[in-house]
Design a protein around this ligand. Sequence first.
Ligand SMILES: [Ca+2]
Ligand SMILES: [Ca+2]
Length: 354
Amino acid sequence: MWSWHICPSDGTFDHGETGKGQNGIALILAVVSVFLLTVAVLQTRAGVNLAEEIVVSGAQEMQALYMARSGLALVSAALGEDETQVDSFQDDWAAANDKGAVPIAEVGWAVGKVSDEEGKFNVLDLVNEDGESDDYTDFAAQRLFDLLVELGLGESRAEEIVDSLIDWMDSDGTVTGSGAENLHYSSLKDPYACPNDLPASVDELSLVKGIGAVLLYQGEAEVPPLIDFITVYGDKKPGDRFRRVNLNTAPIQVIASLIPDMTLELAEEIAASRDGEPFNSAAEIKDVPGFPDEMYNENVAGFPDDISLAVLIDVSSSYFSARITGETTAASSRAYGVFQRKGQSVELVYYRGF
Ligand SMILES: [Ca+2]
Ligand SMILES: [Ca+2]
């Protein structure tokens, strides 16, 4: 299939040989060209015949899906061209968020949103390497609880979500507070097992007690969709206890729940500052008007004394996600992808077309 050159099942988008500048533009043009071919082939009678299982009406859906996939390919190309020291909304990968619909092959268009997964709270920090709780994971649980309350959830619901996420991932079968283990999930109308392991995708979080697909993807009443604030994508830096949050891309509520002393007002100041000029290093947070200097390194009361704001924040990211809608005049289709960037190599680590 033509499409696998752009969106291969093994998920490899390698920009390693392309370099910067001219080559980058050539690459994007090449990427687009392959998609133009894909779309062109699908438009022809021969193309339709090629895929005999595709009825003609279904070909419209396929075209729309290719529009969405070409949107993902463009995001991948932009990530491969981006410099990796600092990531912010001023980078090219974020341009899709302001661009609106991008016309593709005069047959349709793609429109979508790119997110920095490392601007979100990482739920993987809720258990340690042994799949257990400790003083550090307790701190992560406190941060998530604060975040959920900040987002507008009631305290008992926030507690239920935190405890259920811990039980979902912890290796034991003992229920944590208002959480849930196998007994709960196996007695549902459509039962499934509690994995007692780290989630493989953010979609999996919709299965966790207290969350559900509505809260995750659409939000509830005044509460925004959780998918914009929590993630399962991100790696710890060597020696780190926590997956760091990128200050340049984190929503205000995520910044406000980093440490208990961080107020919403200060988080708003920090966001205003980075929206003007992105932070080039985590320590530049000290230059934000009203930021108390000592807050950067002082340890968080009640937790191990190597926990401070300084070990929780960062200014660059490696995981990005994109939700793209592809449309023709006759059909619409969506694609969701998560990319891991390593230098100039960009890998699609998760993909769902729908
Ligand atoms: Ca468990
Ligand atoms: Ca448990």
